[in-house]
Design a protein around this ligand. Sequence first.
Ligand SMILES: O=C(O)C(=O)Cc1ccccc1
Length: 282
Amino acid sequence: MKIAFLGPVATFTDLAVRQLFPKEDAIPFVTIPECIDAAAAGDVDFAVVPVENALEGSVNITLDYLIHEVPLFIVGEATTPIKQHLMVHPDNKDKWERTEVIFSHSHALAQCHKFLHRELKGVASERMTSTAAAAKYVMEHPDIHAAAIANGLAAVEYGLEIVKENIHDYSHNHTRFIILSKMEKGAAGTSLGSHGEKTTLVVTLPSDRTGALHQVLSAFSWRNLNLSKIESRPTKTGLGNYFFIIDIERGMDEVLIPGAIAELEALGCSVKVLGSYPSYKV
Ligand SMILES: O=C(O)C(=O)Cc1ccccc1
C-alpha cells in the first residue's frame, strides 16, 4: 500500500504515518495539496495530512482543499503529541543566540511564539513547507546564522544540534491528522486500536433564514449527538458566505445521524458527509 505524507522525511506527519502504517510504503510530497492530489489521482491509497493543532487551530489549506478541490473521504484520524525543538547546524552550536533567521512550518512558528518573543526577540522568521524541510535547509546552509524549529527525529535525520528543547508555548500541544482516501469506507489499513468513531459533515446554511445556525445545532442537541468541533470556512463565493464543518462524536448509524441530516435538509441546508471514521491516538 502507498501512503502520501507531507515530507520530507521526519516531519510530524511522517512520525504519525510511521505509527499508523509501519509496514507500508510512505511517499513524501512537498505540500499538503500535492499529498491530497496524489490520493485523488489514485497514485497512492491514502494521504495523511495535518488538519488541526491544539495551540494554533485548523490547518486551513487542508480544510479548503478538501471542501473545494477534491472528492475524497476522511477514513481515519490520528491525534499525536507535538514537541518542538530549536536546532542549528553543528558549526553554529555555540553561537545560536546570534541566530539571524528561524525557519519552520507556519504552525510550528506559531506554537513557539512566546519562546521566540522571549529568547530571540526581533529575529526574522521564514515559513517553509514543513518543519523537516526547514531542518534540511538549515543543514544545507551552515554559512548563515539560521535555526530550525522541528522535532527530534529531524535533528537526527539532518544532523542538526538541538540547542533548546520543548520550546512550544503550552505543554498540551497536540495535532490531529486525517487519513484521506477515494474509497468512502475505511479499512484504513492500520493495525492500531481505535478510540471511538467520528463523522464529519460540511453544512451550508440557507441564506435567508433567521436563526438557521441555532436550528442546525438543535438538530444535533435534541438527539444527544455530541459535537467535538464546529468550524466555519468561507465558501469563496462572496463576503459573509460560509461552510460549517461539523465533527460529530459518533460513527454513522441508521437512525440518529441520518435523521439529523434530513432535518438540516428540511431547513434548506445542503449537507455533505466527508466521512465516518475511527479515531486513533499515536
Ligand atoms: O511540518 C511538519 O512537520 C508537519 O507535519 C506539519 C505540522 C507542523 C507543526 C505541527 C504539526 C504538524
